[in-house]
Write a protein that binds this ligand. Sequence first.
Ligand code: PLP
Length: 526
Amino acid sequence: MGHSGRVSSTNHITRQPVPPTDSVRVNAAVAAPKAADAATDRRVDTTFDKFHDRYSTRSLGLKTSPVRALFAVVNRPEVVSLAGGMPNIADLPLDVVSESLKELVDTRGTVAMQYGSGQGEPEMRKHICEVMAVEGLVADPDDVTVTCGSQQGLDLVTRIFCNPGDVIMAESPAYVGALNTFASYQTEVIHVDMDDSGLVPESLREKATAARQDGKSVKFLYTVPNHSNPSGISQSTERRREILAVADELDLLVVEDNPYGLLNLDGDPLPTLKSMDPDNVVYLGSFSKTFAPGFRIGWVLSPSFVRDKLVLAQESATLCPPVFSQFAVSSYLAHWDWRAQVDSFINMYRIRRDTMLSSLAETMPEGTTWSHPSGGFFVWLTIPGAIDSAAMLPRAVTKLVAYTPGTAFYADGRGQRNIRLSFCYPTPERIKVGVERLAGVMREELEIVETFGLADCTAGAITLNLPDAATVTGIIFNAKKTDASANAMTLDGDGSQTIDGGTTASTTVQYTSITVQSDGSNWHVI
Ligand SMILES: Cc1ncc(COP(=O)(O)O)c(C=O)c1O
């Protein structure tokens, strides 16, 4: 029998008893500041959400990001965060932007601060078409709907196409923001396999056909063909053709999300799916990575019937996309050499990407592999099977490095053996330090496994005896499901908890000895 006992003083589960509602109300009333002091006193809230049983099923599908849960710590300056995907906009000509904003307020302020068109301002849509032309995409401003970032484009497209229970085919791994949107509309995501050339057409055909044979309504394929978030992989031109051919054969709409298309670090942009099959592709674009995310301007380019629905959906969501932002972005594009600015972003990101790739090559433990992105912001790591990326995150943060665990990018519980690293924001020096720290944490994890071993927990029970009971204050226990039929495993210490659901479960208990009872299927105790 193998065993594993990990000791940590920082990882206690906090199983606070939930106070009865009445006592919370009394406490809140006692603590409530007098009206006159309210503005200056700290805000007082109850610890109990009295609406907890009233939220929509839709809202229950929304997941907390594992990194956001550690937000306060990750944002400390000593922590190198390779987790977020914030573009580095330090190079932007703020003086130029500032002047054009002033001019905008002075000359067109009352129009810019007024409500506008639900489809977006004509001037903005014209500029958007000029930007798309750089990627070889010829479009009419009339087919463009302006959105609050491409994130809202994803939301509107899902809103107009999907009913609860509908299926969306998505590459694997897929952008976490898209998965959250799809979950919020109660759709089911079926992941399509990927290889080094991107999404695998045969896998798309197989899985979409199987879903339809199961009576499911498959609504669209979601893909990021250029420098995908999180994998960093780009589809080859030939692969794009094959994917479109399969989509056509299946009569399946393609949603192409392309925020990184112009951030090609090694060559010219590849043709967009939209340019290769205009009638069957809905295209999402964004200024977040090529200008600045704060204006929240993105767009959807779609066939006109789809556009009509999108405009109605946009009107019901926001009345109109922000007019001031649209004028500001238009003015930047008109008055600044934005293409030279994108080239300067490219040069900056290339240095960061190269630093990350060479640091990984120098430091990563054996058995680790990673993607070699030709653009965008991300590198995708596959780590040795003994390490669980989600369970390792808090320990990595205590060693002053943060990343995003691969589990964030799958709707089906996979990703424990993956890590997304972003090279966009930290300086090359910080990237080097961050990768070195991460490699150190991974080596420590591997050493622990070597010392304590791995246990296969098939039918029956195993008891984990912990090394030094007197000093133990917390135990991190991880069990990975290795058999699709495994459903539940019970942990019995001084308390009892059941692990079920996904392929990995992790919990923290405060006891010195625990018994693990499996349900007769295979679990792998880490
Ligand atoms: C693939 C992808 N799609 C969409 C978005 C949303 O971008 P925005 O809403 O800022 O345009 C992001 C942001 O990181 C992304 O990576």
